[in-house]
Design a protein around this ligand. Structure first.
Ligand code: C5P
Length: 229
């Protein structure tokens, strides 16, 4: 049986996470939040005080082993997915800006990216998978039947992120969030390995002026046409 794969790549704050979850629910497919893997690795390396020493060869080697053996679980609950790292609930902790920065830092290191590849492939189970990330179509699942690249202006992404963080009870300034987003975009787009960019055959959607339902409709129209082929 062919496993159907839908990839959604794009910069942070484009609405990828929400839409990937909605698509997975709609098609009853599995969901891979690959950003969460990089966030978990960043957090784990910080907890072990290794994150600032990755230039050091033995530390990098140790970190690759940690990456390949990360003890993580994604559990479905009524309020969404609960994420456990070493049996500790880190669902909220991995969503902070600080951990986003750590994720982007580890994601720029080829050996650490390579150590997470098998784990990502393992999410592809029947009947299908929605894979959310930066390099899902260009690197991890180039065979995907449907490839979506979801983007939005940095300003509209910063506004959405502020609302999301405020909803979590955090006190944040839009100017800080905007500069974080721009710095992270630059790092993600300019890294040598698996940089953020649309696949050649990706369907590109700019969500700056669209609400979630409008984006969802564009996505399902496209995916339905791709899966029928
Ligand atoms: O999507 P999210 O904001 O959770 O991703 C956190 C960081 O992980 C990104 O800024 C990016 O550096 C990295 N990442 C990546 N490749 C992926 C998913 C995330 O490099 N497939």
């Amino acid at each position: 049986m062919t496993i159907q794969i839908i990839t959604i790549d794009g910069p942070s704050g484009s609405g990828k996470g929400t839409l990937a979850a909605k698509l997975a629910d709609h098609y009853q497919y599995h969901l891979l939040d690959s950003g969460a893997l990089y966030r978990l690795l960043g957090l784990s390396l910080q907890n072990k005080a290794l994150i600032d020493a990755l230039d050091d060869e033995p530390v990098l080697k140790q970190s690759v082993t940690i990456a390949a053996n990360l003890d993580i679980q994604f559990k479905n609950s009524a309020s969404g997915t609960i994420v456990l790292l070493d049996n500790q609930d880190v669902t909220q902790a991995i969503r902070t800006e600080r951990v986003g920065e750590l994720a982007s830092k580890v994601a720029a290191i080829p050996a650490l990216r390579a150590a997470l590849v098998d784990r990502q492939h393992a999410f592809a189970q029947p009947p299908g998978l929605v894979a959310d990330g930066r390099d899902m179509a260009t690197s991890i699942f180039p065979q995907a039947q449907a490839k979506i690249y979801l983007t939005a202006s940095a300003e509209s992404r910063a506004e959405r992120r502020v609302k999301q963080l405020q909803g979590m009870g955090l006190d944040v300034k839009i100017s800080d969030i905007l500069s974080n987003i721009q710095a992270r975009d630059n790092r993600d787009m300019e890294r040598a390995v698996a940089p953020l960019k649309p696949a050649e055959d990706a369907y590109i959607i700019d969500s700056s002026e669209l609400n979630i339902d409008e984006v969802f409709k564009l996505m399902t129209d496209y995916v339905d046409a791709q899966l029928d082929k």
